[in-house]
Design a protein around this ligand. Structure first.
Ligand code: TRP
Ligand code: ZN
Length: 887
């Protein structure tokens, strides 16, 4: 039986609250199962005339203990309190003070939203709608208040008491064994940015002096004994603070900045004002317990949360439809930070791989939605790759369109005009339009139209005339909203590559009338495709030109060009744009895998153009490219990316075989060259997590994979595993051993477990490596691992590293033809839904691409989804995902 569907929240129904809440005083008396929260709110009517309307505040599972208004206890007729709503029927017309006492149960809060305990530490998570699980409030981002928070707890149990802002008072409560602290945050903020942490924690401390000379006390809190593993995060924090001053002119604004690492956390981290709370996996790293990519993630997430202080906190969202206002922009900022800290082209390639892996499938499936959605049933389900990463791509395109200076001028105006406000995407875009005088109305469609635009390019070079003609066409796919779509403005960065690899100049263009702002943009190397189709001819070319289009992946689109294999080989070698050099070789590999796949399905043996394997060897030897770039270029397109390209009737087993066959051929033909080249690029002997050394390690590990693909046994990996002096090398060796099922894999798994049995974060890698091993029988392994003493359904990191890794990144096993993979996931979703709906619904998104697969699998997935959707008592989170997936 389907329960009543949750109400749809619509953007067009937005209206401000009847009352403003200017100040909030919260008083927490902490106790594991019965915490008392006293809230004193200063309320004021926004309108000036008419009778005061009822005051209606949000709650979620709350128990009201007492309530008074302007110091007077309210009688039962004066209010109505249910777990999820508090209504004051006849509030006064002049400003008034409302005091409520609620009682909450942190220990039994398994959803990890609101106030909960993680390993004995009290912590909060309020975004998006968790504050209402603490006290009755207008729990929405457009109500900004100044908070003062008093925390009281047993001193022995919780020596550390933290909240937002600055500490104003603290001390013992004589004779009680308890103590207290008072925190005041002078910056008005929405409730989702409130945070409290209390517990017995270790810490490291540092000082940051801002550009204007203010001293900020920095601290990172963690479990005792893990302090040294916070050093890299502290370093990343200081670099982020400096970078935001230098690149965006943004200084930090409080006297303290605290970060707390907790081990039970639904997502990556949270930007609460002055008190960021982190999933410990994005704080704790050292060479023995973190890999190179963990270091990169710590750096990126620390930066992301810090950057929210301006893009999210000082300027926040008017409503949750505007989520990309803070998330897309802040992802863009953290991507740029990492690009500056590391290698810009390598970072761009890695981000595009992420976009194609996470966002393109979302945009192509039943969960597709605009970056700025217009309706939702459960806002938790909109913290998506589309809002975050495609949202960041829109900011990147703005910068491409407006240029460095125009972009900065728009940002400056945004900060100046909207500081202290709760604003919309329209407000944001308007700042760029005003600062530069550009008309951004067509560009804004990027926020409103879902689906990945597809561009088809045909080209013709006329040697005698010295001309190159391009014909471009854009198509916008149909998406679940079924809305008709208008042509979008696509900034296509390009160059015309001459025989020596230099871009050729052209004297003029013809037929550019279908392009926006043609002359000016073309000079800057940009084709602005704004019409359904356009034809343009470049004239005056002195030599043969190969068009290199979508350089730097200047727009999040799917480009289908007509370049020959010869031209792609040429670009892979010669394109002046590193992204397109990488992309040319990827394009060749994609074609090869797709052809191999077709052969395989027709019962033939895949055959490949031998030049492809040679090109991989040549690229590996090219010392003009840094090792990190070569490592990325050696990685074949993932099965997930290929499944998207094949688009329908996909047989994941044939796909896996075809991709393996290509890897084997590259290994046979060029494995030795790749291996030798990687030896010439050895990392320094002493581990250093910097990008250069990480790239060298990644290069070596890519070479390993080709040796194994070519048929070499695992002895060299067993040796590398045993001799490894850091987790990066150890876990890379383990992954190749396990995924290729080599002799020695089981022993390595056992040794890894022994070594890290007391470190759950590292054991997550042990779970993931097993969960992602290709092959149908991995399901049985994963099911058995759920019984491992190291596994727990209660900790999101464990569930993600085992169950979600299986459902999201193991095509052959999850999409097993007998449907058992689907049933396993469905059981996991049911098990989790009662305790943590956010985690359960994230698992449910593993089904988002089920329609890509061949009929037998598709039908089994659909049957499993339908039976899941028919269950009673599903959370709003899960039922929303299921309903949309099946629609
Ligand atoms: N705003 C956070 C970020 O992007 C993420 C976030 C949103 C979150 N909701 C959450 C984190 C719930 C944990 C739990 O940085
Ligand atoms: Zn964020």
């Amino acid at each position: 039986m389907q329960k009543e569907a949750a109400a749809l929240v619509r953007l067009e129904e937005y209206r401000p609250t009847d009352y403003a809440i200017d100040t909030v005083a919260l008083d927490f008396s902490l106790a594991p199962t019965a915490t008392r929260v006293t809230a004193r709110l200063e309320l004021r009517r926004r309108a000036e005339d008419g009778p005061p309307p009822a005051l209606v505040l949000d709650g979620d599972g709350l128990k009201l203990v007492s309530i008074s208004l302007d110091g007077r206890r309210l009688s039962a007729e004066e209010y109505e309190a249910s777990p999820d709503r508090l209504t004051i029927t006849n509030p006064p017309s002049s400003p008034f003070r409302l005091e409520t006492v609620t009682e909450i149960d942190p220990d039994n809060n398994t959803a990890l939203m609101g106030l909960y305990r993680s390993s004995g530490v009290y912590t909060t998570q309020c975004e998006a709608e968790g504050f209402r699980r603490i006290t009755y409030f207008y729990d929405r981002p457009d109500v900004l208040s100044v908070y003062t928070v008093r925390i009281e707890a047993p001193a022995a149990e919780a020596p550390v008491l933290l909240s937002n802002g600055n500490l104003t008072e603290s001390g013992p409560l004589a004779g009680t064994g308890r103590h207290y602290a008072v925190w005041h945050d002078p910056f008005p903020k929405p409730s989702y940015l409130f945070a409290l942490v209390a517990g017995d924690l270790g810490a490291i401390h540092d000082i940051f002096v801002t550009a204007s000379g203010r001293r900020v006390r920095l601290a990172i809190y963690c479990e005792h004994g893990k302090e040294e593993r916070c050093r890299y995060a502290m370093d990343a924090l200081k670099r982020s603070m400096r970078w935001d001053e230098e690149v965006f002119g943004r200084e930090y604004d409080l006297d303290v900045f605290n970060i707390v690492a907790v081990s039970d956390f639904n997502m990556g981290a949270m930007e609460n004002k002055g008190l960021n709370v982190f999933n410990d996996k994005y704080v704790l790293v050292d060479p023995e317990t973190g890999t190179d990519s963990d270091y990169a993630h710590v750096e990126g997430v620390i930066a992301h949360e810090y950057f929210h202080n301006w893009t999210g906190n000082r300027i926040t969202c008017r409503d949750w439809f505007q989520l990309c206002l803070k998330e897309g922009l802040t992802v863009f900022r953290d991507e740029e930070f990492s690009a500056d800290m590391r290698s810009r082209p390598v970072k761009r390639i890695a981000d595009v791989i992420g976009l194609r892996q996470a966002q393109f499938p979302e945009d192509a499936g039943p969960l597709a939605h605009p970056v700025r959605p217009t309706a939702y049933r459960e806002i938790n389900n909109f913290y998506t790759a589309t809002v975050y990463i495609k949202g960041a791509e829109i900011c990147r395109m703005l910068k491409t369109l407006l240029g460095e200076e125009g972009f900065r001028a728009g940002m400056d105006l945004y900060f100046e005009r909207h500081d202290g406000g709760a604003v919309t995407i329209e407000d944001f875009v308007e700042c760029f339009a005003e600062a530069t005088g550009e008309d951004l109305s067509q560009f804004s469609l990027w926020y409103h139209q879902a689906g990945t635009p597809k561009v088809t390019m045909r080209h013709r070079f006329d040697e005698a005339a010295g001309t190159l003609s391009l014909s471009l066409k854009q198509e916008l796919p149909e998406t679940p909203d079924k809305k008709p779509k208008k042509p979008m403005l696509l900034p296509l960065a390009f160059g015309l590559v001459g025989p020596d690899g230099q871009d050729l100049s052209f004297t003029s263009t013809e037929g550019a009338e279908d392009l926006a702002d043609a002359g000016k943009a073309l000079e800057r190397g940009l084709i602005l495709l704004g019409a359904d189709a356009a034809e343009l001819t470049f004239t005056g070319l002195k030599a043969r030109a190969v068009p290199s289009v979508l350089r730097g992946f200047s727009a999040p689109i799917q480009l289908e060009g007509d370049l020959s294999a010869d031209d792609l080989f040429f670009l892979a070698r010669q394109d002046g744009d590193p992204f397109n050099r990488w992309e040319a070789l990827q394009g060749l590999a994609r074609r090869a895998i797709a052809e191999g796949y077709r052969a395989r399905r027709a019962g033939d043996v895949p055959r490949f153009d031998p030049r492809l394997a040679a090109a991989f060897g040549e690229l590996a030897e090219n010392e003009a490219f840094d090792p990190a770039f070569r490592a990325l270029a050696l990685a074949l397109p993932s099965e997930g990316e290929m499944a998207q390209i094949l688009a329908s009737d996909v047989d994941p087993d044939a796909l896996h075989d075809a991709r393996d066959a290509l890897a084997a051929e590259i290994g046979r033909i060029s494995g030795a060259r790749i291996e030798a080249a990687s030896r010439r690029a050895m990392p320094e002997a002493v581990y250093s997590p910097d990008a250069e050394n990480a790239g060298r390690r990644a290069f070596a590990h890519a070479a390993w994979r080709y040796r194994v693909a070519a048929g070499e046994d695992g002895a060299f990996l067993t040796e590398a595993f045993a001799k490894a002096e850091n987790l990066t090398v150890r876990s890379a060796a383990l992954a190749v051993l396990v995924h290729a099922r080599l002799a020695g894999a089981e022993e390595a798994l056992a040794a890894f477990y022994e070594r890290y049995r007391d470190n759950p974060l590292v054991l997550d890698k042990w779970f993931s490596v097993q969960a992602t091993r290709p092959g149908h029988d991995t399901l049985e392994v994963v099911a058995a691992l759920t019984e491992s003493p190291a596994f727990s359904w209660k900790t999101p990191n464990r569930v993600y590293s085992l169950v979600r890794a299986f459902g999201g990144a193991n095509l052959t096993a999850f999409h097993r033809p007998d449907g058992a993979g689907y049933r396993f996931l469905a059981d996991a979703i049911v098990k989790l839904d009662g305790q943590n709906p956010s985690v359960a619904s994230r698992l449910a998104t593993c089904f988002r691409s089920y329609r890509l697969f061949e009929a037998e699998r598709r039908e089994k997935a659909e049957a499993v989804l339908k039976s899941l959707a028919g269950r009673d008592n599903l959370s709003r989170d899960v039922s929303d995902i299921l309903t949309r997936t099946l629609a």
